[in-house]
Each structure stands twice: as C-alpha cells, then as structure tokens.
Write a protein that binds this ligand. Sequence first.
Ligand code: ZN
Ligand code: FE
Length: 254
Amino acid sequence: MKITQLQASKDNYIYILTCEETKMVGVVDPTEAEIVLDWLDNHELELNCIFNTHHHHDHTGGNARLQAKFPECEIVAPAAEYDKIPNIDLPVIDGHGVRLGKLRAQVIDVKGHTKGHVAYWFREENIVFCGDVLFSLGCGRIFEGTPKEMWESLKKLRSLPEETIIYPAHEYTKTNAEFALTVEKNNPLLQNYVTKIRKMRYENKPTVPSLLAVEKAINPFLRCDIPQFKKAVNMEDVSDLEVFTEIRARKDSF
Ligand code: ZN
Ligand code: FE
C-alpha cells in the first residue's frame, strides 16, 4: 500500500491509499475534493473508494464532488451515521471487512467522538486510520457519546499490535503535547518527545503518523489505567474511567 498524506483545511489530513498491485485508489476523510482531484489528475488515476470515519463535515466535505467526478466511486461509512452522510454505498459496522483492490481493512467501532465513529484497520500493513478518536498525544472531544464509550474505544485501539502505525485526521500534536506535559511532567519519554514535536512544528513538518507503541508510553488518554500515571495525577484510588473523565475534562478547558 502506498499512502499519500495531504494537508487540507488548516489542520486536517487527507490520506490517499493506493493498492500498488491493482492501482485502485481510496481516500480517507476527504475534507475537500479539490486537492484530491489535483492529485488524481497528476497521477492519472481514478478514485475507487471513499472511507469516512464519521459524519463531521471536515471529514466528508469532499464526498459529493468526488463522487460526481467518479460515479463508480463507493462511499464506505458507518452504518450508524447513515442518515448523516449522504449517498453511502457500503454502510459498515464493527467487524466488517472492506477491500481496496488487494488491500483489506477491518472496521472497528470506536464511538465516543460521534455515535457511529469507526476506524479502518489494515491489519497486514499494520496501519489504522482512526479519524478523530485517537490523535498523537491526545484524543477527540466527546460530542455525541459518553466518556465510558470513548475510553472503551481508546482501549480497543490500544490493544492493536504495538507496531501499528496510527493515522489520525488532524495535526493537533503541539497543543496535545503541551497539555500532556501539564498532566505527566515527570515522564522522561514524554519530555523528550515534546522537544521533538516542538522542533518539528517549528519547521512545519507533520507529526503524524505515529507509532502505537510510542503513544502507549506518552499519550495521557491511553494511560488512565496505568498505576504510574494514576500516581502522577494523584488519583491512585480512583477508577480508570473516572481518571479518564477527569483528564478529558481538563483538556476541554486547556
Ligand atoms: Zn470530528
Ligand atoms: Fe475532525
């Protein structure tokens, strides 16, 4: 699989996936059509598939124009958001398998940010597109779900193989990093990583994708049940979910 990362609408990332064997092309969360159309044009390729992680406009805004240009292009999107995303061809639920040429992905239900949010896990490639659920050093806001749903979804993503590369939909890492430092300032891995992130953003380089093993060691939202973390936030006797809820609330007002 070849992945092209395009930056759009300030801090969104659009990912173009190419199955190198079949030359079939898919796009994950096209916030806008123009930049995708330009890329396809330059590479003389057609679009076969759109993968939406959830219904928010900054993830689906390009759907209609792309499908108008490529009528055969299928829209794969969460069944639970069928009424919110127009023209879904393949509504998916947890456990479904989807294909792009020879590439296969498994759908994972990661509700919390929205009611039907899904992730697309390309198991053989060790890649997951996680939309607005898991960010580098952060997690999405809880708009439609509950803290419990979000925490369960994050644990699902955390349980993927450590070598999984995570592809979030936004470049939020710098702010997330500054927040993470206020939570677990004595984590040496986090300190080092934040130094790296500041430099990368200063040079205007993307900080994603990121490695799951790294996120597990430094992302506060993946660490709410780790004794070391609970100690750092003075919540040793508090339930995992309550720790998560508290940290998420602090981030909301950061
Ligand atoms: Zn969103
Ligand atoms: Fe978003």
